[in-house]
Write a protein that binds this ligand. Structure first.
Ligand SMILES: [Zn+2]
Length: 62
């Protein structure tokens, strides 16, 4: 089994048991429940881990 992290609540869930998935910026995020999925869809950038908390300038990391 493969564990994925719910970016909203931080819980690790089994990928095959996710309650919903959303693709954002080319990355698929999985959620433990529809409530977390709804929160993410409302404000995805709030839950995505970025190197720079300061959003003053954008950079692409790959
Ligand atoms: Zn969750």
């Amino acid at each position: 089994m493969k564990l994925v992290k719910d970016p909203v609540c931080g819980m690790e869930i089994e990928k095959s048991a996710n309650a919903g998935e959303v693709e954002y910026n080319g990355t698929v995020y999985y959620f433990c429940c529809s409530g977390c999925k709804d929160k993410f869809e409302e404000n995805p950038e709030q839950y995505i881990e970025t190197d720079e908390p300061d959003k003053g300038h954008h950079g692409h990391h790959h």
